[in-house]
Design a protein around this ligand. Structure first.
Ligand code: NI
Length: 169
């Protein structure tokens, strides 16, 4: 297993809509293992394939280090939100936007369908952090970052801060 480089804003791949996974082969299994490894090493609670430079609809999530409830590692291929309910605002960060935390409105509960790494159809219901992580990672597959989910005024502040950080190096 290898650690993959995590792509950071403003890399172009983070803005692209990822393509569906068409076959679950050895290459995909290696990518899954490497993504899981990279997520734990970061450390993060989720990672989407575009964040490691692969524009495919694949996400991995493990919220167990942050939640009481022990949800096992989730690997989801071609995930789709099929139900959402309620709305809740909470703080969120992203491995592709280091040092940035903002409040984001999300559905309180979601049901997501997709395929597991064996290629079997699965459905996952999430509330709390799991719901937030599912929505955040699926956003990555559609080229959406947390800065696209905040008010225009907050986005302006983010961009100014980002430019300053480049100047400072
Ligand atoms: Ni993210």
């Amino acid at each position: 297993m290898a650690l993959l480089e995590i792509k950071k804003y403003p890399e172009k791949i983070l803005k692209e809509k990822a393509a569906p996974v068409e076959s679950i082969d050895g290459k995909l299994q290696r990518l899954i293992d490497d993504m899981v490894n990279t997520m734990y090493a970061a450390p993060g609670v989720g990672l989407a394939a575009p964040q490691v430079g692969v524009s495919k609809r694949l996400i991995v999530i493990d919220v167990s280090m942050k939640e009481e409830e022990k949800t096992p590692l989730i690997v989801l291929i071609n995930p789709e939100i099929i139900e959402e309910e309620g709305i809740v605002e909470d703080e969120e960060g992203c491995l592709s936007l280091p040092q940035y935390i903002t409040t984001v409105k999300r559905a309180e509960r979601v049901v997501v369908k997709g395929f597991n790494r064996e290629g079997n159809p699965i459905e996952i219901e999430g509330t709390g952090l799991l719901s937030r992580a599912l929505q955040h990672e699926i956003d990555h597959l559609n080229g959406i970052l947390i800065i696209d989910r905040i008010s225009p005024i907050k986005r302006e502040f983010f961009k100014k801060r980002f430019k300053k950080s480049l100047v400072r190096g």
